[in-house]
Design a protein around this ligand. Structure first.
Ligand SMILES: Nc1ncnc2c1ncn2[C@@H]1O[C@H](COP(=O)(O)OP(=O)(O)OP(=O)(O)O)[C@@H](O)[C@H]1O
Length: 609
């Protein structure tokens, strides 16, 4: 059975520095486990609890929040703790700060600690900030005289001069974080422990805290322990880090190595085998040649479509297809229409043309504009904008907004002879296969049609498919939706029907490349050397990829970068292509593919050579 979140140590790479470190050990966590006892049934009141306790009916189940974790932090280290939600980071910090006693193992801290762990602990929210500075200072062991001496410094750092005499219950969590951080760092502690504080304040304050931490480290050699969800922050501030997952230590080492592994694997689902493939690629010594990768990304889906349009030369076309970027099926049909017209596809909102799209339209100066997917009651906005800016252009609307009727409307927006002799029939949610096919459908000028809400091909669509225009139809779906009997009927009308149905989008992607895109380009004397990397679940960046793919002899590579199985499949697939590929074009911003995702796939390309 597939393990969803892996927790075993990435052992071969755990803290393998061979240099003997002679700096004093400040924190020594030795085989620490923390077991919480939780009532196994829900008890709603103290009375219920007392009754259950008296009857000896109180049952507990053990929950191991930390499981045999060991590490040492040396003087001057800035040590980061990474891990997904609930993985045990705060519990670990509480054990180090002495707030919790470990169930087994030991934890020693050498020197005094300034713990910034639970935001608001040590404050009385009915009191003013001024009173709380003395209260919290006293709890941290500072004398009144010491606080008096440093009071202005604390207030100045926390930037709360104007609110000093306001009760703290009226403070925002960011303001509470400012005071807590200012008080805790007014002395120079031996060990500073920072939990959620850095993530609560605003950006300016976070920067100020980071600067204070850096000066404590540089000027006073303070040892710092930081927990953060933001691995960029851990990488920026820390020299070493540990990754804890569901209470287990997965990896310890230099902050940059641990952060990279966490970016590639942390919180990502997938089998242990897939994780091993991704991790081995990550740590393999193959140099990363960034030159083989390009990224095409605008500020949003509209901007990305504009970038792709601008990268394609289409001297023969003076038309533009606009599609509302809401329903993928309408956009796929519109992409096919753009291919039929040899025209660019740009994206719009239902009631408005975004600025980037408008600028590209003004650059292209089309004489025909075909708009797909604008419902009649909302069309006025788009229509008015087009009439205002493109008074002389011929405007055409395909107004239907249901996948299957919109596809027919869009098909009829071109003359039959503009279409090729192949058609594609799909269902609305089948993004991956439709994306994989885009270079082929563009090349073949193949229209996309859709099954109706009863999973049936309606009579009108069937009539178009068997009109004699098409010689072949690709069906994206299983034999439940497209049964043999239907293919036979189609065959009797002189049309060859083929089903494409694989277990997942990655397998279908590979089959579509092998059976359709690579051979079709080869027939034109072209070899596929590039892959356009698109996110499996983000079709909105990729609808007008077809024209770009054809001009660049490219096939598609669909990857879900949050899924280790998908990432491992892509790595293996690139290796199987045996060095045929020498260019990757990533479509979409960092949310689709971050620098580690890109690095992994670039390495796979280089390993294949
Ligand atoms: N006092 C407690 N009793 C029972 N369970 C607890 C207790 N404190 C923490 N836990 C559980 O231990 C696990 C680890 O919690 P912890 O707060 O250490 O995680 P974390 O990594 O800091 O999470 P987050 O990133 O969400 O802050 C969680 O499942 C949590 O519910």
């Amino acid at each position: 059975m597939t393990e969803i979140v892996n927790t075993s140590p990435l052992a071969s790479h755990t803290d393998q520095s061979s240099v003997v470190d002679t700096r004093p050990v400040m924190i020594d966590v030795d085989h620490v486990s923390m077991v919480f006892n939780m009532a196994s049934e829900q008890l709603n009141s103290l009375k219920e609890y007392a009754v259950a306790f008296a009857k000896r009916e109180l049952m507990f189940k053990e929950f191991r929040a930390i499981d045999d974790v060991s590490f040492t932090v040396r003087k001057g280290d800035v040590f980061g703790i990474l891990g997904t939600n609930g993985s045990g980071k705060s519990t670990m910090l509480k054990i180090i700060a002495g707030v919790l006693e470990p169930s087994s193992g030991s934890c020693h801290v050498n020197g005094n600690i300034a713990p910034l762990i639970e935001l608001g602990a040590g404050f009385d929210f009915e009191l003013t900030a001024r009173e709380n500075i003395y209260l919290n200072g006293a709890l941290l062991g500072y004398s009144r005289k010491f606080i008096n001496q440093h009071f202005d410094e604390i207030v100045e750092f926390a930037e709360i001069e104007k609110f000093l005499d306001m009760p703290m219950k009226n403070y925002s969590s960011g303001m509470v974080a400012r005071i807590a951080f200012a008080i805790a760092t007014v002395i120079v502690p031996d060990v500073l422990i920072v939990d959620e504080v850095l993530s609560v304040g605003d950006f300016m304050f976070q920067q100020k805290c980071e600067q204070r931490i850096m000066s404590l480290i540089k000027e006073h050699d303070v040892t710092v322990l930081i927990v953060s969800h933001n691995n960029d922050q851990i990488e920026r501030l820390c020299n070493k880090a540990i990754w804890i997952e569901k209470g287990h230590a997965r990896m310890m080492g230099s902050a940059s190595e641990v952060c990279d592994a966490y970016r590639a694997l942390g919180g990502h689902i997938g089998s242990a085998e897939s994780e091993a493939i991704v991790y081995d690629t990550l740590v393999s010594p193959v140099p990363v040649d960034d030159q083989i990768a390009t990224t095409i990304a605008g500020d949003d889906r509209y901007g990305t479509a504009v970038k792709l349009s601008a990268l394609c030369e289409r001297p023969s076309s003076d038309a533009v297809v606009l599609s509302v970027a809401e329903l993928p099926s309408i956009c796929f049909s519109a992409a096919a229409l753009a291919a039929a017209y040899d025209a660019p596809l740009l994206l719009i909102k239902p009631d408005h043309i975004p600025d980037s799209t408008m600028q590209e339209l003004q650059r292209l100066k089309p004489s025909t504009i075909i708009v797909a997917g604008v419902a009649s009651e909302r069309e006025q906005g788009v229509l008015a904008e087009l009439q205002q800016h493109f008074n002389d252009a011929h405007l055409q609307f395909a107004q239907a907004t249901e996948p299957q009727t919109a596809a027919l409307d869009i098909y009829r927006s071109a003359e039959p002879q503009q279409w090729g002799d192949c058609a594609i029939v799909s269902w609305d949610g089948c993004f991956g296969d439709q994306m994989s096919l885009l270079p082929y459908s563009t090349l073949k000028k193949a229209p996309y049609f859709y099954i109706d809400e009863n999973d049936q091909i309606d009579n009108e669509t069937w009539g178009v498919l068997t009109s004699g225009h098409f010689s072949s139809v690709l069906f994206l779906g299983s034999d439940r939706t497209f049964p043999d009997e239907m293919l036979t009927r189609l065959h009797n009308s002189g049309v060859i029907g083929t089903r494409i149905c694989e277990d997942n989008a990655s397998l279908a992607n590979k089959r579509i490349n092998a059976d359709y895109i690579i051979p079709t380009l080869q027939q034109q004397g072209k070899n596929v050397r590039s892959l356009i990397v698109s996110s499996t679940w983000q079709p909105f960046n990729s609808f007008n990829i077809g024209g770009y793919a054809i001009e660049n002899d490219a096939a598609m590579l669909l990857v879900d970068s949050t899924n280790l199985d998908s990432m491992a499949f892509a790595i293996q697939y690139l290796k199987e292509l045996n060095g045929d590929i020498n260019r990757l074009v990533f479509v979409g911003d960092d949310n689709q593919f971050n620098r580690i995702d890109k690095r992994l796939l670039i390495k796979a390309v280089q390993q294949a050579k």
